[in-house]
Design a protein around this ligand. Structure first.
Ligand code: TIU
Length: 222
């Protein structure tokens, strides 16, 4: 059954069995003090505010029986998948791989690399560790989605203009129809979030659609 929901710039239509909910990088490293996000000089409290909304959508999606994909920005402990250009960029207090209060920054298996409490993946959901900003770069996400007949992706997570937007653009080039849930994504920079929503939907949904969580939840509850 195709569902239609009021979205920007026009209605978004999707068939739930062919649609995956993709939750980008809702990790302690970006959302709690002492992680990568704060080491870059950001106020992480902005990102904490979306956790209840992400959780509500996740619960409704699970109840509807839809596929859920969680991603984590995660590097191997030997940093063999972290290009020097990424590790040495800028002047953060702690670099990727350095020891911080939640373990080594952005390293798989460290406490800071975990998904935040309340949004933990279930055993039957996909958990993709990605070394890049995009969820498709150097991962098997596309193959996993193709195997399951997925054609549409609904995105939530952080940060809007970095890993979320990059993943949506990668998804575009692989043929997916993408929706971004407006109040279930956040940036350290409000003006960048606003610009991203605008550039996604401009030019007749050049990258995809956006809609508030309430519209998506309502569409799944009919
Ligand atoms: N710095 C920033 O805004 N984001 C990242 O480094 N990664 C993600 O967006 N996940």
């Amino acid at each position: 059954m195709t569902i239609s929901l009021a979205a920007t710039p026009f209605d978004y239509r999707f068939d739930p069995p062919r649609t995956a909910l993709v939750i980008i990088d809702m990790q302690r490293d970006f959302i709690e003090p002492g992680g990568f996000g704060e080491s870059l000089g950001n106020d992480v409290t902005r990102l904490q505010r979306i956790v209840p909304t992400v959780r509500r959508v996740l619960e409704v999606w699970r109840a509807a029986g839809g596929l859920v994909v969680h991603t984590r920005e995660a590097h191997a402990p030997d940093l063999s998948d972290c290009p020097p250009a990424k590790r040495t960029r800028g002047n953060p207090r702690l670099r990727i791989g350095d020891a911080g209060p939640m373990g080594r920054i952005l390293v798989a298996g460290e406490p800071g690399n975990d998904i935040v409490p309340g949004l933990e993946p279930r055993g039957d959901e996909l958990l993709i560790d990605k070394p890049g900003k995009g969820a498709f770069h150097a991962t098997d996400l596309h193959a996993q989605l193709q195997q399951r007949g997925i054609t549409h992706l609904v995105f939530m997570g952080v940060t809007t203009e970095v890993c979320v937007q990059t993943s949506m653009r990668e998804a575009n080039d692989r043929g997916y129809e993408c929706l971004l849930v407006e109040d279930a994504t956040e940036s350290y920079f409000p003006e960048f979030k606003a610009a991203t929503l605008a550039m996604v939907t401009a030019q007749g949904a050049i990258v995809g659609w956006t809609a508030p969580a309430a519209a998506l939840i309502e569409s799944l509850s009919r």
